[in-house]
Design a protein around this ligand. Structure first.
Ligand SMILES: Cc1cc2nc3c(=O)[nH]c(=O)nc-3n(C[C@H](O)[C@H](O)[C@H](O)COP(=O)(O)O)c2cc1C
Length: 331
């Protein structure tokens, strides 16, 4: 997820079981073959053994663009750099991306979807799989099935369907039953995506779509134990208890430690608040902490605030960025 799920987040989320694979943020392809540093920035996992998170979960490299030749050139570059799977984005609703003819805007013309997938698939041949992600359409769902078929005809080995149109943005509900209609007509595996926040949502999405697999988006940030919760239920039929605040605080503090090695404290502070913001919609304690800490500009105070036993115990916000407590918190 662009601006949210970077290598540090992938690493922390996949420390607990449940994820079968993850995807990088998208590499935007316009017309040129991009240099290796762009690929390495988006996917540091390319450096080293295998393209996996430290816990061994495969990382798929995501490309976004509309020019088949340029995408093919970058697919070859990715292959050369060691990518083990490529994912094509036909779902991004961002105005700037769509204005430049990328992401969901291609869903208005399924022939272009097919040309893009076919160009990338033939560029990498049988060396690595190419997968794709679509929404149900741009303004409406009329072309949903045609676009899905275009992905399959182009040579993709798997399709993720985010069960909303571009017009619907991120507004609930996600139309999981539409994924089922697509799944029934495709031979390649279809993965259901959209609005899976809880174990119950997972169960409903699976039931309505008939898909064996689901892709988690915001739900995995809101509840870092969601994948683990689903896997645990699959294996045992038991429900895990609510994710305790201590586990949420632990992952946020670990995230700060990871980001702090490359980013200045101010940037780390914003990233932590961004993640806490995702958590607050699904957890009252996260909501309380967010309300208290949202104006805190000191990483040090923010980390203290996350780790305080109760919101009432939070120290008065001190906006100077002192590093002694930060270092203590991070070691
Ligand atoms: C901030 C943000 C960034 C996203 N970036 C991407 C992206 O780079 N590629 C992609 O295929 N989908 C992206 N998505 C869409 C999600 O992967 C997912 O399809 C969507 O949020 C629906 O799933 P959810 O309701 O479980 O979040 C993004 C969504 C958000 C909110």
């Amino acid at each position: 997820m662009e601006g949210v799920i970077d290598a540090a987040t992938r690493h922390l989320l996949t420390r607990s079981p449940g994820f079968d694979w993850t995807v990088t943020e998208f590499i935007r392809v316009v017309d040129a073959r991009l240099p290796p540093r762009v690929f390495h920035r988006h996917c540091p996992e390319l450096i080293g053994e295998g393209v996996t998170t430290p816990s061994g979960v495969p990382v798929h490299l995501q490309l976004l663009g509309s020019e088949p030749e340029a995408l093919a050139a970058n697919a070859r570059q990715a292959l050369h750099l060691g990518a083990t799977s490529l994912d094509l984005n036909f779902g991004c609703p961002a105005k700037t991306v769509n204005r430049h003819d990328g992401g969901a805007s291609l869903l208005r013309d399924p022939r272009r979807v097919e040309r893009v997938v076919a160009a990338v698939a033939s560029a990498v041949g049988d060396n690595i799989p190419v997968t794709a992600k679509i929404r149900l359409g741009f303004a409406d769902r009329r072309l949903a099935l045609t676009c899905a078929r275009a992905v399959e005809r182009g040579g993709a080995s798997q399709l993720v369907v985010h069960a909303r149109t571009r017009q619907e943005g991120y507004r609930p509900p996600a139309h999981w039953e539409w994924i089922g209609r697509i799944r029934q007509r495709l031979r390649i595996p279809v993965v259901a995506n959209g609005d899976i926040w809880t174990l119950e949502d997972y169960w409903k999405a699976r039931t309505l779509s008939g898909c064996r697999d689901v892709m988690l988006g915001r739900g995995a940030l809101a509840d870092p134990w969601l994948a683990r919760r689903i896997r645990h239920w699959q294996l045992t039929g038991e429900r895990l208890p609510m994710t305790p605040w201590s586990a949420r605080a632990e992952i946020l503090v670990a995230f700060a430690a990871e980001q702090h090695s490359t980013l200045p404290p101010r940037a780390v502070t914003s990233l932590i608040k961004q993640w806490l913001n995702h958590m607050r919609y699904r957890d009252t304690e996260a909501a309380r902490r967010f309300a208290t800490l949202k104006r805190c500009n000191s990483l040090d105070d923010l980390l203290r605030g996350l780790q305080a036993p109760t919101v009432e115990a939070l120290p008065a916000a001190n906006h100077a960025d002192t590093h002694s407590t930060l270092d203590e918190a991070l070691t």
